[in-house]
Design a protein around this ligand. Structure first.
Ligand SMILES: [Zn+2]
Length: 280
């Protein structure tokens, strides 16, 4: 324990803070895409959304999933308990399987209207940067808890593996949402294994056919495996966001927090939307 904080939590926090700092520095030095909103306003709003979500995770998700993982381990439940593996391999395999089932959840978050109305708050961001990584409506995090519980039970994810996976996923999400320009050759090489900023930028496009690609959150393999991998849209051609929120006043903090609970029209995003957004 350190100052009342469990050691794993302080390690997790340190890794995440260092990653965030490095990405902010790179975003300032070498931005990948031009900004629509003022950076300070944009970051402050996303951090506010993130603080509410962090509170929801701390108060509801962690007290549920961490003891549940301990219960699953104690009972010897899950796929990974069928074989007797060294701890390091067990942790690696659990992370890989958690990552794949998160890919499946992300696809469902777009396909199920009840989840999409929450996930849309994340996609409504007009700019994509490391702060977008924490812009998840607290409702999306809460409704994903049953899925997380099912992942842990099915895979047999131990508390140790869960913490490693959560930390790695958070760092990965910060990285691929960032507005950091990397050399194209480096990014091509990285995208053989992990999700990169250009890759995820395509997923945040206003164009529906582009949104329906690059669903992975950690390893890029799942998109390659399912034929949903794309790296063929130049970042300068991408309009970030969703068709129904095109102006900064439409993505205010109050509007975003209320967004999942108000009636809205179905998703429409095609090339006409891209042209309209570019002309606006
Ligand atoms: Zn998405």
């Amino acid at each position: 324990m350190m100052g009342g904080m469990p050691a794993w939590l302080s390690t997790q926090a340190a890794v995440v803070v260092i990653a965030f700092g490095l990405l902010l520095w790179r975003e300032t030095r070498r931005p990948l895409r031009d900004r629509v909103e003022r950076r300070l306003v944009h970051t402050a709003r996303n951090v506010a959304v993130g603080i509410v979500s962090a509170a929801a995770v701390h108060l509801v998700e962690t007290p549920v999933v961490l003891p549940f993982a301990a219960f699953v381990e104690g009972r010897g439940l899950g796929l990974l308990r069928v074989v007797n593996l060294p701890t390091w391999l067990d942790v690696v395999l659990a992370c890989v399987l958690m990552d794949y089932t998160l890919y499946v959840w992300h696809v469902l978050a777009h396909k199920w209207p009840a989840v999409w109305r929450f996930h849309l708050v994340h996609h409504a961001d007009l700019d994509l940067d490391a702060s977008t990584a924490v812009r998840f409506h607290f409702g999306e995090l809460l409704i994903s808890i049953p899925w997380r519980v099912a992942q842990i039970a099915l895979i047999g994810t131990t508390p140790q593996a869960l913490v490693v996976w959560q930390t790695a996923t958070l760092v990965s999400i910060l990285f691929h949402h960032s507005n950091a320009e990397l050399p194209l050759r480096l990014e091509r090489a990285l995208s053989r294994i992990i999700v990169t900023p250009r890759m995820h930028g395509i997923h945040h496009s206003v164009v529906e056919s582009e949104v329906n690609s690059n669903w992975s959150s950690g390893l890029a393999w799942w998109d390659r495996l399912h034929g949903t991998f794309r790296l063929d849209v130049p970042q300068r051609d991408i309009v970030i966001g969703v068709p129904e929120c095109r102006a900064p006043r439409q993505v205010s903090l109050a509007r975003m927090m209320a967004f999942p609970f108000v009636p809205r029209s179905p998703y429409r995003g095609d090339d006409a939307q891209r042209i309209a957004a570019k002309d606006a």
